[in-house]
Design a protein around this ligand. Structure first.
Ligand SMILES: NC(=O)c1ccc[n+]([C@@H]2O[C@H](COP(=O)([O-])OP(=O)(O)OC[C@H]3O[C@@H](n4cnc5c(N)ncnc54)[C@H](OP(=O)(O)O)[C@@H]3O)[C@@H](O)[C@H]2O)c1
Length: 310
């Protein structure tokens, strides 16, 4: 029986000079606290080795705050503790304009990027991602402004999020440099990237997939009653039971097994965890200790999709 081995070695981001710890920290739910609380989360992540931090200009709105709040809070942390910046790879995203809701035209992306730099209080963004595809932006125009921002040193590398493989190819065709990341929603509950070509394209082109909501945005931790009110509730219950069975076998947590299932995929997936609890940030590293065989990995897939593999 073949086993799938995981290590804590840094994973390269595409073909770039940037590499990152196999687990990243996401800042979607980060806004709405004081600087000391925010700083503790960043420092905990760095202490355990996590060095890639995923932001977006729009983060903050969902938590009852404002556009830019999450970046601004991270900016205040960096202002208070400037030495943290050197240990971090900072990714952010632009291209969402509230009420529009997408704008990847050159003027919109330029001002989004420059506003992110100001809020984050940094000179250069390590990874700039287009948050969602804008059907009204020609990829040549988007590529043009991304090239200029990179030439100006405002961004180091570029990635996309929620793009189909065809949309990614269209943008890549107009860029004079390689995209390095694609960021789909991917978890053992949201498994579409396995079959919609997103992960295949990452492996074909050597891009790194960054998985958003890798714990299904917390749905893996709902109570049984709450699970049963979810869409495909009974299937989610079976998935949770399967994760717990594997977790008990290896004396690991449910979340470790769920994150590890993503890490075991050959595309070199980096899950972006979103917990706001420093203890859970630390505990996420248990994911690297989970042992997989092909049959155990497929057991999780079968539980998630609700049918056996043929
Ligand atoms: N590109 C995009 O369109 C897009 C969209 C969404 C998200 N993202 C990125 O993905 C990152 C992660 O997304 P996410 O926050 O949805 O990720 P997630 O890690 O799947 O879910 C985090 C949620 O799960 C809860 N949770 C985690 N462990 C738990 C446990 N053991 N027991 C109970 N609850 C637990 C957390 O609550 P606690 O805080 O209480 O632990 C939090 O509410 C975001 O920060 C962002 O960077 C990108």
């Amino acid at each position: 029986m073949t086993t799938l081995n995981l290590t804590d070695s840094p994973r390269p981001l595409g073909q770039s000079a940037i590499s990152a710890f196999p687990i990243a920290y996401g800042c979607w739910r980060f806004a709405g606290t004081d600087v000391a609380t925010a700083r503790a989360k960043i420092e905990t992540a760095l202490e355990v080795g996590i060095d890639l931090f995923d932001q977006a200009d729009v983060y903050g709105c969902d938590g009852g705050g404002e556009f830019g709040d999450s970046e601004a809070l991270l900016g205040r942390v960096l202002h208070e503790a400037p030495s943290l910046r050197d240990q971090m790879k900072i990714a952010t995203k632009g291209g969402i304009v509230l009420g529009v809701p997408y704008d990847s035209s050159p003027p919109a992306l330029r001002s989004a990027c420059e506003d992110s730099l100001k809020r984050l209080r940094i000179e250069s963004i390590d990874l700039y991602q287009i948050h969602r595809p804008d059907f009204l932006a020609h990829p040549a125009a988007t590529a043009q402004v991304l090239g200029e921002l990179r030439e100006e040193g405002k961004i180091r590398e570029v990635g996309v999020s929620n793009y189909s493989p065809a949309q990614l190819s269209a943008l890549q065709a107009h860029l004079p440099f390689d995209l390095i990341t694609q960021q789909p929603e991917f978890s053992c509950w949201e498994i579409s990237p396995l079959r919609d070509g997103v992960l295949d394209q990452c492996m074909e082109r050597g891009l790194t997939p960054l998985a958003w909501s890798p714990l299904a945005g917390g749905r893996l931790f709902l109570s049984h009653d709450e699970v049963m009110t979810q869409e495909r509730g009974p299937q989610l219950a079976v998935l949770i039971e399967t994760l717990d069975g594997l977790a008990a076998e290896q004396e690991k947590s449910r979340e470790a097994v769920a994150l590890s299932w993503l890490l075991a995929h050959p595309a070199g997936v980096i899950p972006i965890i979103g917990t706001q609890d420093p203890a859970r940030i630390r505990a996420s590293l248990q994911a690297l200790e989970v042992q997989w065989t092909r049959s155990r990995w497929n057991q999780v897939l079968e539980a998630s999709q609700g049918v056996a593999l043929p």
